[in-house]
Design a protein around this ligand. Sequence first.
Ligand code: FE2
Length: 292
Amino acid sequence: MAKDETTVSERVTTQAAFSIGPYEVSDELRPRIDELGLGDAVEHFRKHGYAIIREASPPSLMDELREAIHTLSKKSEDDDRGVRESAVLLLGRHPAVDRVATLPKIMAFAEFSVGKAMRGGRFVGSIKRDGDDGLNLHADQNWIPTPFPEHNLLVTFCFACEGMTEAGGSTCVVPESHLMRRTPTADEVDGAQSVPIETEKGDVAVWDGAIWHGSYPRKIPGTRTVLHATYQRLYTQPIDDFTYLLKDEAYMATAPEGMRQLLGADLFFHTATPEQDTDMEKFAYAVAASKL
Ligand SMILES: [Fe+2]
């Protein structure tokens, strides 16, 4: 029987036997990682739990993103975080957001970190001004029971539209804390030694779902305008629901390549109906993609 004549169940059985290990790059992805010059960032991420992807975006696109975030942000206040200036659910609401979310270096790095069938989770813009507080250390996948699985479940990209410095309220990380595979204790939140992630405009910081990180207060004039974009492994529930975009034909017709991936268009979830059971072609794709 020719390869393309195998049944879905035969393909599923064959594919289920193989999986790459945690933090490995699949043979399928390796050429893209090399072509995009991401090898050093991948190595740094694997060892330290975070990395800086240099020149991930044209600086002009960061200007457009900054404008979008400043236009769409609203002020809010809560007991935990005080006054915040932010915009949530940004995917599909501004072309600049969609373009940065699907940049080639971002899509390739997300695939490395959370797998071939990864989906978009959160797209949140925020503005930090002179005098604004920092954020306590935490792990982004903090609703996952510990010990965290060895395969990373969630990866966060931080697009700092103006670049970011320690004095300007940059992100901070506790290098290699992802190896603990748990959230920090209260003592560690106060006492763990963090280092700043400083970036130039157009660079993108990226960190593992298990790494302990936070941010510093801003002590200088001006703004730190960032988009936090989160991508999740196939089997985790995306934090925010953007699937309504798949039903918007006019939007999908002009959406960037990569948007179907972020929205899980090829996955088998929710495909069963009273008349027709789960889409088995999509199931077979998920079985294969979940191992890469
Ligand atoms: Fe975080």
